[in-house]
Write a protein that binds this ligand. Structure first.
Ligand code: KG4
Ligand code: ZN
Length: 344
């Protein structure tokens, strides 16, 4: 594999733009990306270990970490090659340092430190969840601050009041299962394999969302989320149906999805109203969900707020969002020391 010279900006002095190398290894995707000025994605390389986890019905940390260790150098090289630059041309390296699987995070952090140290380039630590929020606005004219940010992923369901690229106030959090985790567990109960989100999203289109009443409520008037109750309700209902359940799978998928997503919509509206905010930004794997997009678009039209979702290729874990937010943080003066470690 050869490394071509930088094709973009030829003839311009290097100082007119910044190239950030982003590295993401928090879960089962080994990812690297080169982003110019926080918005222009020159490469976005992802090597997933998903297929090795499928038979276990969830991510196995040791398998994920081994995959990162074996692939990180190839993924970084490929991202530089695709961007058409040599490694010395990057201006800084940004890496996910939280939250995630400890061994997985440490692989990316160690690689980023080695690059930073050997090339004497700044190191920037990036929060994976805040990067998910950034993924929805990086390719657009970002909404003006403040806005409400929502992360809906495999491990988190979080609402933030965002007043700057480094000013995220946590408004609501997962008290038990995250929404993506609930999708994955319900899919397991229904024998639909892992990950559950995309398959439930597709099956729900053929089912009746009012077929079964699976209750899901906000946590005592707060902006927190709880999805373990609805998951257990699905489990008991499925058990009660015995072999009859196989004819009702689209109905179960649609009823679970509708009731779970409704709580997220309701909490989101509550947050917008409470803080009198007119922009809403969503990120994370579950933000690919077609029904959730539909529900939020209807609300945005009815209540007249701006709505930002990531393009589908930036919904799941990627390093472009890490490089992008890394650039914004760097411009605000953020610089990590070489002794940073994984924050889980
Ligand atoms: O953000 P992500 O890629 O990884 C984490 O940071 O957790 O999210 C993965 C989650 C999985 O639980 C997966 O089932 C869910 O996102 N997901 C979906 C859809 N696509 C992925 N959930 C609902 N509908 C989808 N279309
Ligand atoms: Zn994620």
């Amino acid at each position: 594999m050869t490394e071509a010279r930088l094709p973009t900006g030829v003839g311009l002095p290097q100082a007119l733009f910044m190239l950030i190398l982003g590295i993401e290894t928090s879960c089962d995707e080994t990812a690297a990306s080169v982003v110019k000025d926080g918005v222009n994605i020159l490469s976005n390389v992802i090597s997933s270990s998903l297929k090795y986890h499928k038979k276990f019905g969830g991510v196995v940390p040791e398998i994920a970490t081994r995959h990162h260790v074996e692939n990180i150098d190839k993924v970084v090289s490929r991202s530089l090659h695709k961007a058409g630059i040599g490694i010395k041309e990057i201006d800084a390296v940004a890496v996910t340092d939280e939250p995630g699987l400890v061994g997985a995070l440490l692989t990316g952090i160690s690689c980023a430190k080695a690059i930073s140290y050997s090339l004497n380039k700044p190191l920037i630590a990036v929060d994976h969840l805040k990067a998910h929020v950034y993924s929805a606005i990086m390719l657009k004219n970002a909404p003006r601050f403040p806005f409400i940010g929502l992360v809906i992923s495999g491990g988190h369901t979080r609402l933030y009041l965002v007043e700057g690229f480094n000013e995220f106030e946590l408004l609501g959090d997962t008290v038990d299962d995250a929404i993506g985790e609930a999708y994955d567990k319900v899919a397991k109960i229904l024998g639909l394999g892992y990950p559950g989100g995309p398959v439930i999203d597709a099956l729900a289109k053929k089912g009746n969302p009012d077929a079964v009443k699976f209750t899901c409520k906000a946590v005592n008037g707060t902006l927190d989320f709880s999805f373990s109750g609805i998951k257990t309700a699905v489990l008991y209902w499925v058990k009660s149906q015995g072999s009859m359940v196989k004819n009702r799978i689209p109905d179960v998928a649609a009823s679970f999805q509708e009731n779970a997503l409704r709580v997220i919509v309701e909490n989101s509206i509550k947050a917008l109203e409470k803080y009198k905010i007119k922009s809403f930004v969503v990120g994370g794997g579950v933000s690919a969900n077609s029904r959730f997009r539909e529900m939020m678009q209807r609300e945005a039209m009815y209540r007249a707020f701006e709505l930002y979702f990531p393009p589908l290729e930036l919904c799941s874990d990627n390093a472009a969002m890490v490089a992008g937010l890394g650039y914004r943080l760097f411009k605000l003066g953020a610089k990590a020391a070489l002794d940073i470690t994984a924050r889980v």
